[in-house]
Write a protein that binds this ligand. Structure first.
Ligand SMILES: Cc1cc2nc3c(=O)[nH]c(=O)nc-3n(C[C@H](O)[C@H](O)[C@H](O)COP(=O)(O)OP(=O)(O)OC[C@H]3O[C@@H](n4cnc5c(N)ncnc54)[C@H](O)[C@@H]3O)c2cc1C
Length: 362
């Protein structure tokens, strides 16, 4: 019998289960599809929130800690399994037209290297392929990206390497609660007994109606397109008005993303393709000559303020919620998993947990 069942094998469930396992907890991760097949596969892998200065401190503190965890974590995953997550330092140029003093104040507060640049010659030295619309903005040279499909693949390989128990194609249909205490979960195949259960089910985290206190996570669809380019054609990540371009190591270039609140719908549309292509070409004109190789959609686990749940459930002993990382599950995930581990092990957490409690979301 496991000590702790983790429901959901996206980045959040994988990182949490792995961390708990490394701290000596008998875990079992249950995933209804393949590991890492949902939002964690579909995302962009930028290791920074977009416009981080617009976020609450509770998001920034997780992001800053994760930034420091990723280099060592990805190196460990490489050594364990030979899987390279392609953590690369692309830097991020964000077009902004005003408000730079506030942004630079934010950067000083969080010790982030950031400068405001409005000289197009300097901008072209940073990224030679940008178009005329990229004429001023914030340059953050230390921002990394990870190739998120490779991250989840490496995490899966780490589970195999460390013999961390997991089951794919295993949907949890019910979290069993008796006298306000969790006793296990029921799947189609069987019932598993455990004293602790963590809901890490991404956009699906609101499905378990165990008590009157609800988990308010909603799916927010994001569509992306991918160009087939050559390595180093574009070197930097560039962002303007919510649209961004991410150059991968092998020359592929991602352009994202839409924000659509239309339920559990992962269909792709030609209107989104047109929108993303138009915005991407405005940022990087040479993209108009490249083939669009692929388009896809993922469902982000959205919360109202973009602050995740990292907490013990309000009403049920032994039940925990680790969900709602919205646009930032990769960047926040590593630090968030450490915090969830502190909470589950009932030890002093590495930061104040109050912003991530259920009561803080309402
Ligand atoms: C287009 C797009 C771009 C993005 N870009 C970035 C970015 O650049 N940087 C960043 O940090 N974040 C980004 N994100 C957000 C990030 O991908 C998510 O925040 C993160 O993947 C959430 O991880 P998760 O594990 O909570 O969810 P998921 O990866 O969706 O995993 C949840 C898992 O739970 C499983 N599950 C659900 N119900 C059950 C059940 N009953 N039983 C068993 N299993 C169940 C699902 O099958 C799924 O595999 C982006 C997302 C999208 C869609």
């Amino acid at each position: 019998m496991p000590d702790c069942i983790i429901v959901g094998g996206g980045a959040i469930g994988l990182l949490t289960a792995r961390q708990l396992y490394l701290e000596g907890v008998d875990v079992l991760l249950l995933e209804k599809g393949p590991l890492g097949g949902e939002s964690s596969w579909a995302g962009g892998g930028i290791i920074s929130p977009l416009y981080p200065w617009r976020y609450d401190d509770s998001v920034n503190i997780l992001a800053e800690r994760s930034k420091n965890i990723y280099p060592e974590l990805t190196q460990t995953l490489l050594e364990e399994s030979g899987n390279d997550c392609e953590l690369i330092n692309s830097g991020l140029f964000t077009v902004i037209r005003d408000g730079q003093d506030d942004v630079l104040g934010w950067a000083r507060k969080w010790s982030v290297d950031a400068s405001f640049i409005d000289d197009s010659g300097v901008i072209h030295e940073i990224e030679k392929s940008v178009g005329d619309s990229v004429d001023k903005g914030i340059w953050m040279p230390d921002i990394n990206q990870v190739r998120n499909p490779k991250l989840v693949k490496a995490l899966k390989a780490s589970f195999d390497h460390l013999s961390i128990p997991y089951q794919e194609q295993c949907e949890v249909e019910e979290i069993i609660v008796e006298n306000n205490k969790v006793t296990g979960v029921r799947t189609k195949q069987k019932t598993y007994i455990a004293d602790k259960v963590i809901i890490a089910s991404g956009a699906w985290s609101a499905q378990f109606s165990v008590t009157k206190s609800s988990v308010d996570v909603l799916p927010v669809k994001g569509q992306m397109i991918m160009y087939n380019g050559q390595p180093d054609l574009v070197k930097r990540m560039v962002l303007s008005e919510g649209h961004y371009v991410i150059p991968r190591k092998d020359g592929r270039i991602l352009a994202g993303s839409t924000l659509e609140k239309i339920g559990f719908d992962k269909t792709i549309s030609s209107s989104a393709l047109d929108e993303l292509h138009r915005a991407a070409v405005e940022l990087i004109p040479l993209l108009s000559d490249l083939e669009i190789e692929r388009q896809w959609a993922g469902l982000r686990p959205g919360t109202e303020k973009g602050i995740p749940y990292i907490c013990q459930h309000d009403d049920v002993e032994g039940l925990y919620v680790h969900a709602g990382h919205f646009r930032n599950g990769i960047v926040l995930g590593a630090a968030s998993a450490e915090l969830m581990t502190d909470i589950v092990l009932n030890r002093k957490p590495w930061c104040d947990t109050s912003p991530y409690m259920m009561s803080a979301q309402h």
